[in-house]
Design a binder for this molecule. Sequence first.
Ligand code: FES
Ligand code: FES
Length: 172
Amino acid sequence: MSSDLKFPPANDVAFELCVNGERREITAEARTHLADVLREHCGLTATHLGCEQGVCGACTVEVDGVPQRSCLQSASRFVGRDIRTLEAFAEDALSAALREAFSAEHALQCGYCTPGMLITARDIVRRLPDADAERIREELAGNLCRCTGYLGIVRAIQRVQKTFHQEGAHEY
Ligand code: FES
Ligand code: FES
């Protein structure tokens, strides 16, 4: 085979994203999905990649305040949207409470699913104050964990749910 094979020029596009409150200028191949841009162009590696097919939820981020997979659509489709990765919640009291509860309830082992779980868990606590264990499991259906059996994850969410709604959302 010839060593001077010519490949077509990369199909790069340039666009701007709002990630964790900051403007980011991105130049990437048009097909590059959001998770790759977050990890490789923005250095935000809390967003994990598992299946890259929309199944496992490891890549869950917040888009305009709603948890969403970041492996399914080209990053350029998120222009004008407010994207938040787990890094955005480092100082967030609710996320801190969830991290503590995940640890206390043994809600993680390898931790691969945990960033996506924490994004979804935060959304559950905020949106569904009365969700029982069954409802929490339903809400977690898009986030797969191959280690824990979910018991600890559900307990961790319930633990924070209780505190969050006793102390009032303003605490968070
Ligand atoms: Fe996106 Fe699995 S990596 S859903
Ligand atoms: Fe290993 Fe969830 S802790 S996949």
